[in-house]
Write a protein that binds this ligand. Structure first.
Ligand code: GLN
Length: 492
């Protein structure tokens, strides 16, 4: 086979899929190449599980299908790894928690199964914050992930392993989940492209539940084009297994990538450009907005007046749902069980005290509190009402524009340890990603430059419901005109 193996990790999903189809490279050598890279860069802490035998068997199967030349699968032989919040039959699934250390699921999450059905070869499972709670990947029970651009910094979270692995070229792409920003923010911190679709587009079946009314899956990759290919494969109705799955047919999200942006109205929310935004991030985002003007778009000032409220609202609703979802980890059905206990209650207490980390415990307590008799009306119900108003703000905004653009996060990736003792500081950093999550809108992050410490800066694009094609088109056109998404960290 002609391709020099060192070049394989420089290819994106689309290019790799083409080379595989044209049989310029085999699925087996591709898988071997990436497994070797994962091993060589194990120090990043991105992977939680690797099983060569499983991966190579999948790659051989892909090669057989490729040899027939008549498979319709779009991603045959393309390797990927999954955030460890997706359950998988063939790899241990931990959700970043001691509670699930060593846990093996009897089935694959729908997203995993859908990608496998398109021929994806699984390289392993990727580190994440415990039960996806966090913004720095520092809440994982299995250690930090380092940002490949500066290993003393966080890759972001909770899909930190996914973003770091893509940025370092350990995988061409990865899955992530986004409850309040966990695809967009790590994508931004690591200089990769990621998209969270409209709530309900991707099945939540087999995604370890954090906050069910917010959790949504999506891809992280090198480009909008790659994200479009992957999103087309992983979305689609799953009505029997996820009651919030949308009954809209799967779509080919690559179809409108080439559309011109002439006449596009880009809404710029004034609340996203206030005092809290670091000047380096602002400069990169402003420059990207200028680029959009060059591409024929018009910038429209808009207002999302409840942006600030999205923090207290999210940090009531998400913990409330988490406290309910995590009640299943009781030491009885699966996962960790304390060794010594006197009776059933003692077993529950010890199991949960041992199995959960600090942030998870904090959220279970907050959630139980805001749902409790006497506080439900004051906190949970109020939060639900404001959540609706936040969605209404977007509805107003989309009367004036086609997409909304702004920063993903107020700063570039911070130093590991800098905020690990300060949960509120972490929560505040979610301000720009939470509004779209609460409204259930699709959002993405694309690299638009570098800020302090030569760290990547991402721009957030938010679309109206089911407008993923538009978002990807808007992102792709930017990436056709600029080369930020092609920049790679040194040493990888
Ligand atoms: N940082 C947010 C949190 O800690 C979002 C996490 C996520 O999207 N999974 O809850």
């Amino acid at each position: 086979m002609s391709n020099s193996p060192t070049a394989l990790h420089e290819l994106g999903v689309a290019a790799l899929a083409r080379q595989l189809r044209e049989r310029k490279v085999s699925a087996l050598e591709t898988a071997q190449h990436f497994l070797a890279r994962a091993q060589a860069h194990a120090g990043l802490g991105a992977f939680l599980a690797i099983d060569e035998n499983v991966t190579l068997a999948q790659a051989r199967a892909a090669d057989q299908a490729l040899a027939t030349g008549n498979s319709e699968a779009t991603l045959l032989g393309v390797p990927m790894a999954h955030k460890d919040i997706f359950v998988t039959k063939d790899f241990v699934s931990t959700a970043g928690s001691k509670m699930l250390a060593g846990y093996r699921s009897p089935f694959d999450a729908t997203v995993v199964a859908k990608l496998a059905a398109q021929g994806v070869v699984t390289l392993g499972k990727l580190n994440c914050d415990e039960f996806a709670m966090g913004s720095a990947n520092e809440n994982s029970a299995f250690g930090n992930v380092a940002n490949p651009w500066d290993q003393s910094r966080t890759p972001g979270g909770s899909s930190g392993g996914s973003a770091a692995a893509v940025a370092a070229g350990l995988v061409p792409a990865a899955t992530g989940t986004d409850t309040g920003g966990s695809i967009r923010q790590p994508a931004s911190f690591c200089g990769v492209t990621g998209i969270k679709p409209t709530y309900g587009r991707a099945s939540r079946y087999g995604m370890v539940a954090f906050a069910s009314s917010l959790d949504q899956a999506g891809p992280l990759a090198r480009s909008a084009e790659d994200c479009a290919l992957l999103l087309s494969a992983l979305c689609g109705p799953d009505l029997d297994r996820d009651s919030t799955s949308l009954d809209v047919p799967a779509e080919d999200f690559t179809r409108s990538l080439a559309d011109s942006l002439a006449g596009l109205k880009v809404g710029v929310p004034q609340e996203f450009f206030g005092e809290g935004l670091a000047p380096d991030v602002r400069a990169a985002v402003d420059a990207a907005l200028k680029e959009y003007e060059k591409l024929g778009a018009t910038l429209v000032p808009i207002s999302l007046p409840r942006t600030e409220l999205s923090i207290p609202v999210y940090y009531i609703i998400a913990p409330a749902e988490a406290s309910s979802n995590l009640s299943r980890f009781d030491g009885v059905k699966f996962g960790h069980r304390a060794k010594d206990y006197s009776d059933l209650t003692d077993m529950y207490k010890k199991t949960r005290a041992e199995g959960f980390g600090d942030e998870v415990k904090r959220r279970i307590m907050i959630g139980a509190y805001v749902l409790s008799h006497g506080y439900y009306d004051a906190y949970y119900l109020q939060a639900q009402k404001i959540r609706r108003m936040i969605a209404d703000d977007f509805a107003q905004a989309f009367k004036q524009c086609d997409v909304i653009a702004g920063p993903v996060a107020p700063t570039v990736a911070w130093k590991l340890g800098d905020m690990s003792e300060d949960p509120v500081a972490n929560y505040l950093a979610d301000i720009f990603t939470l509004p779209a999550s609460l409204a259930g809108l699709p959002g993405m992050s694309i690299p638009v430059g570098f800020g302090a410490g030569q760290m990547p800066v991402g721009m957030q694009l938010i679309g109206n419901y089911l407008q993923e094609s538009k978002l990807l088109n808007v992102a792709h056109q930017f990436q056709q005109a600029t080369d930020w998404h092609t920049k790679r960290p040194q040493g990888f």
